[in-house]
Design a protein around this ligand. Sequence first.
Ligand code: PHE
Length: 351
Amino acid sequence: MSATAERIAALRAEAEDAIADAPSTAQLEQLRVTYLGRKAELPNLLREVSQLPAEERAQVGRAANEARQALERLIERRARELDASELQERLEADRVDVTLPGAPPQPVGHHHLLSATRREMEDVFLGLGFSIAEGPEIERVYYNFDALNHDPTHPARARTDTFYVSEEVVLRTHTSPVQIRAMEAAPPPLYAIMPGRVYRPDSDATHTPQFHQLEGLAVDEDVTLADLKGTLLAFARGIFGEGREVLMRPHYFPFTEPSVEVDVSCFACARGTRPDGSRCSLCKGSGWLEVLGAGMVHPNVFSHVREHGYDPERVQGFAFGMGIERIAMLKHGIPDLRLFFDNDVRFLEQF
Ligand code: PHE
């Protein structure tokens, strides 16, 4: 065997040992460079085969070629072994037991105070036999004003009091338009509440451009103002506590006649005076908290839904509407409406 052929055999043996023992993919790559790279000895020998004496050429060429192919195969095999074992190691190391509790355990969340208040209010009315109806927040002028008996010059229609999407379309300013939609959808008797978002261009400590109302509508034969008062008394006691009374004061709404504003007796004092003799700050010493607007459905409102079974000669109804924020503020002594919408968890976590 020529000296070159011996050198090739020695190189091959050395490389085979090193490759078989390569401990990692990275070190295997390093060996590939060392033994088969552009500056490595074996490829160099191959390139110089043509300069060898003729009798050596074939033998050395074959040996070098075989050595190179053998090493390449060996590297591939070792690479596959290492890949498999490294993957196995990573899987072992990264093993996660998805059934373990998180660390730290996540606190269970709860409803936003407004959602919780809405649901509390809904529960009272569901208990009285009302069902829940909904309508669109982007509403036609017809439903928001016309069908609710607002005359064409009513100030609430002004651009300063209502967000207009177009001449005929507004962001609803109250939940009352859902009264009309509910009557279009089903004939009397109708007992429904209609919670939802409403919009008005106001912004200060007691007004936000978006807020929530809960509307109520009851239409049947022989419905009277006494039924309205009884319903609201049950509501006041359900939300503000057993001993509550309600007070109706005359008022005006275009879509009810007669119309009333309704107060609930203050739950924080006795007729305006706190147990320690001081004037109650919640009701400003009056003993009453104003909570909502209401009244008997105006016959002109029924005339818009007459063909749906609402003949003003046959049926009567009462309606009421109140702010959900206002109920929550009164009940929990919250001083600023904007707190509901800042989403500061230090506020939200208190309820
Ligand atoms: N829609 C009235 C408001 O937003 C409230 C109301 C509803 C009054 C139903 C009477 C009857 O102020």
